[in-house]
Design a protein around this ligand. Structure first.
Ligand code: DGT
Ligand code: CA
Length: 567
């Protein structure tokens, strides 16, 4: 859980340094470190204990000391110092997506804004457009930014939810009073964002379990406490609900609290049709419980196949289960390689060799090194000359590591007109080409769609990455005509990516399923910027499973030979 806390502190430092007009590289260093730490699957405290902090890309002596201080004291003196000169209201404004330090400063100084509520009111009242350098558009941007920010606070991304739930579950599991424990709710359904965390326990000493739960050091407030249900708020303001259920009705309770509500309602109606009654306590015939201990026996009593949590959304899964027609969902263990990763050659923090070794640890058959293209200067995009040097390094590593295939590729920028950032003679040398949009998000839906469709048509492009550009809590998805894109992908044999980065998870589950129905193939990639991030594949898998994808729909489940023949 400390990962999130440290990332938050580093981001706050970066914001303050930005307001103070400090060196750009220093600011980026804090932002990068925050991003790396936040997206790491391992607990940073393990790195502290093992004295391995410097193994994390972007962490030098200075940040190492700061992390140690946060872990040992729970706060950072340097941040406290910095905060002394900066009013809270100003920081709040700077946190709004799309509002830079200059605008933030001007707003703060000229309107004496003390918090977001006040800023929102001013924007609504049209008080901002008349300030020097501001327009009506500025107001719109501010209001949209505040909306995005609020939604980001309202629902956390899946990785944060899993980290927080994992923290509680690991500790509660150790109690001898806890017989069974499972996450429930949207988290168990692996939804891409989660409002609050639900945990279920079966125990014969509920009071004791609740005492321990509500006394954890990460608990800031106790919202409710009782023998069957307690709710707390963590220091980060995340709500965790713990319910304790009888062993005899554990399956029924787990099913009920896993949801979704729509799925539950559908099952209850089905039960009624069969002269049964389904509740959180079990499935009853007349007044006699005929099942309830496990979910499996409940689905069986309803005459259907077991439905995995990811599918429980009332999107046709009940009908399919009744017919014995459920998809055989793709699994993490089906994945044979990662087709999107950045190395130090562009904006990544790890060397190609480090990425290759992590991919080997994961048992992959292949890994694609897809650094940014030349036009993306802020992300260290590679010129033709640098590409050649990179290729030499890959050739050297290919000789050194014979047990894995290292693919030479790029994440090529699609420009405002839909042209690719490298010419065909460069692209044709590559083993894999990913195309993606990195700017011009505000274009019309039509224009954006045409841009992407045009990139699909280039015969060297294999994959379109992060199609809608969403970044949870920071950027809304841009609108594209999905059907048009799916057609272009299908007709040109271009795959679409599910980007496993927790704030992206783009395509989302619904688009993913539509793509499949169109006959479009999917690549599940991590877009890793440090080698540890290759382990975030599981989040992309969650989206794929929620999107009904099977192994055959996902290109990186193919063996290297099959994949090479396909492209
Ligand atoms: P969230 O927290 O918004 O990300 O989504 P959930 O699905 O975790 O929703 P939550 O936490 O309100 O409730 C957990 C589960 O409890 C939910 O998935 C289904 C069940 N549940 C809650 N309220 C109702 C209800 O009114 N009717 C039924 N049938 N089930 C409910
Ligand atoms: Ca929930």
């Amino acid at each position: 859980m400390k990962n999130q806390e440290i990332a938050k502190i580093f981001r706050e430092i970066a914001s303050i340094l930005e307001i103070k007009g400090e060196n750009h590289f220093r600011i980026r260093a804090y932002e990068k470190a925050a991003q790396n730490i936040e997206s790491m699957p391992e607990d940073i405290e393990d790195f502290v204990r093992g004295d391995r902090l410097k193994a994390i890309p972007g962490i030098g002596k200075d940040l190492e000391e700061k992390i140690k201080e946060i872990v040992s004291k729970g706060s950072l003196g340097y941040l406290k110092e910095l905060k002394k000169d900066i009013p809270r209201g100003l920081l709040d404004i700077l946190n709004i997506p799309g509002v830079g330090p200059k605008t933030a400063k001007a707003l703060y100084e000229q309107l004496d804004i003390r918090d977001l509520v006040m800023l929102e009111r001013m924007a609504h009242a049209g008080r901002i457009r008349n300030l020097p350098g501001m327009k009506e558009k500025t107001e719109e941007n501010i209001l949209r930014g505040i909306e995005i920010l609020k939604r980001g606070h309202d629902r956390m991304d899946i990785k944060t939810a899993m980290d927080v739930a994992g923290f509680f579950i690991e500790r509660l599991k150790k109690l001898k009073e806890v017989k069974k424990i499972d996450p429930a709710g949207s988290l168990r359904r692996n939804k891409d964002t989660v409002k609050d965390i639900d945990i279920l326990i079966s125990s014969d000493k509920p009071e004791k379990v609740m005492d321990v739960f509500t006394a954890f050091p990460d608990v800031k407030d106790i919202i409710a406490k009782g023998p069957t249900k307690s709710s707390i708020l963590t220091n980060d303001g995340i709500q965790v609900d713990l319910r304790i259920i009888d062993a005899d009705s554990y399956g029924a309770g787990l099913m009920y609290f896993t949801g979704s509500k729509e799925h539950n309602i559908k099952l209850r109606q089905l039960a009624i049709k069969n002269d049964l009654k389904l509740s959180e306590y079990g499935i009853f015939k007349k007044d006699k419980r005929v099942a309830g201990k496990t979910e499996k026996e409940i689905y069986k009593k309803l005459g259907m196949a077991y439905i995995v949590p990811e599918l429980r959304e009332d999107r046709g899964e009940v009908e399919a289960a009744l017919k014995g027609d459920l998809p055989d969902l793709v699994e993490l263990s089906d994945i044979k390689g990662d087709l999107h990763a950045h190395s130090k050659w562009s904006d990544g923090g790890s060397s190609i060799e480090e990425l290759v070794n992590e991919a080997r640890n994961l048992g992959y058959e292949y890994i694609a090194i897809t650094d940014h293209s030349q036009g993306l200067k802020i992300a260290g995009g590679l010129t033709r000359e640098r590409l050649k040097e990179k290729m030499k390094e890959i050739e050297m590593l290919r000789k050194k590591y014979k047990d894995i295939n290292i693919l030479y590729g790029s994440e090529v920028d699609i420009d405002a007109e839909g042209r690719l950032d490298y010419s065909d003679d460069i692209l044709k040398e590559m083993d894999i080409v990913i195309a993606a949009i990195h700017s011009g998000f505000k274009q019309s839906k039509d224009k954006l769609t045409r841009r992407i469709a045009k990139a699909c048509e280039n015969k060297y492009v294999n994959i379109i990455a992060h199609l809608t550009g969403r970044l949870w809590g920071a950027r809304d998805p841009y609108e594209v005509d999905m059907e048009e894109i799916f057609k272009a992908c299908r007709d040109n044999n271009t795959a679409l990516e599910i980007n496993s980065f927790p704030q992206r998870l783009d395509l989302n589950d619904i688009n993913c399923r539509m793509a499949k129905d169109f006959g479009v193939k999917i690549a599940i990639n991590t877009d890793a910027h440090i080698s540890q991030q290759l382990r975030t594949m599981k989040f992309g898998i969650s989206v794929a499973r929620r999107g009904w994808l099977e192994k055959k729909d996902v290109i990186n489940t193919l063996s290297f030979n099959a994949l090479s023949n396909k492209q």
